[in-house]
Write a protein that binds this ligand. Structure first.
Ligand code: AMP
Length: 217
C-alpha cells in the first residue's frame, strides 16, 4: 500500500521541511499548493494572475480555483507512484471534501493526516528570518539555518529571496486565516479518525520521527 500523507499546520511550522524529508527518505511525490501557485505566477499564467493578489495579502485563493488546480494533479500518474505528501492543501473543509471525493474516484486512500502544531509568536519569529531559494526550493533561516555564503543557496548557488508574504503584517493575517479556515479541517479529519498531532516546535529530525510514528500507529 502506498503511503499517502496530508500535512496541515500554520505557515512556518515546517510543512515544507518535513515534506522534503519525506520525499528524500520515502520517495513520496510532493504536492505543495503554495509552490504550484508560485510557479504559475513566475510562468505568468492566467491561474497565477488570479492567485497572486490573494497570496500577496495573505488570504486564501478561492476554493474553486484551488480545487481545480489540485484536482488536475491527481491523475493516474499519482496513483502509480509510491505515494504522495500533500503540503498546504486542503486548507478549508470544502477543499477536504473535494479531495475525498476525487481520491475516492481514483480508489486512493489517505494513510494519515498530520497536524503540525506551534505557537503563533514562534511562527512570526521563524518566518521573519526565512529565506528561500527560487531555483531549487531549499529553505534557510538567518538565525537557525544560515547559508554558508550570505544570500546564496548552498545547493545550487541561487540568490536567496524573502517570500513576498513573509512580512510581519501578512504573516499575522495568514495565521488568523489558518485559525479561522483551516482548524475546522483538523476537526473534520479527527472526526474521520485519521488525525495525528505532532509538536512542530522542535528540531526537524525530532518532528520527523513523530510524523513517521504516526504512520505505524
Ligand atoms: P504556502 O506556501 O502553503 O504558505 O501558501 C502560500 C499562499 O498560497 C497562501 O497564503 C495562500 O494565499 C495560497 N494557498 C496555498 N495553498 C492554498 C490552499 N489550499 N487554498 C487557498 N489558498 C492557498
Amino acid at each position: 500500500m502506498p503511503t499517502n500523507l496530508v500535512l496541515i499546520g500554520p505557515p512556518g511550522v515546517g510543512k515544507g521541511t518535513q515534506a522534503a524529508l519525506l520525499v528524500e527518505r520515502l520517495g513520496l511525490l510532493h504536492l505543495a499548493s503554495g509552490d504550484i501557485f508560485r510557479s504559475e505566477i513566475t510562468a505568468g499564467t492566467e491561474l497565477g494572475l488570479k492567485a497572486k493578489a490573494f497570496m500577496d495579502r495573505g488570504e486564501l485563493v478561492p476554493d474553486d480555483v484551488t480545487i481545480g488546480m489540485m484536482e488536475a494533479r491527481f491523475t493516474s500518474e499519482v496513483a502509480k507512484k509510491r505515494g504522495f505528501v500533500l503540503d498546504g492543501f486542503p486548507r478549508t473543509v470544502a477543499q477536504a471534501e473535494a479531495l475525498d471525493c476525487k481520491l475516492k474516484s481514483l480508489s486512493i486512500e489517505i494513510t494519515r493526516v498530520v497536524s503540525l502544531e506551534i505557537d503563533d509568536e514562534i511562527v512570526v519569529a521563524r518566518l521573519s528570518g526565512r529565506r528561500t531559494c527560487p531555483n531549487c526550493g531549499r529553505i534557510y533561516h538567518l538565525q537557525t539555518k544560515p547559508p554558508t555564503a550570505e544570500g546564496q543557496c548552498d545547493n545550487c548557488g541561487g540568490a536567496l529571496q524573502v517570500r513576498a508574504d513573509d512580512n510581519p503584517d501578512t504573516i499575522r493575517n495568514r495565521l488568523s486565516v489558518f485559525h479561522e479556515r483551516s482548524e475546522p479541517v483538523l476537526a473534520y479529519y479527527a472526526g474521520l479518525g485519521r488525525l495525528h498531532r505532532v509538536d512542530g516546535d522542535r528540531k526537524a529530525e525530532d518532528v520527523y520521527s513523530d510524523v513517521i510514528e504516526g504512520l505505524i500507529v
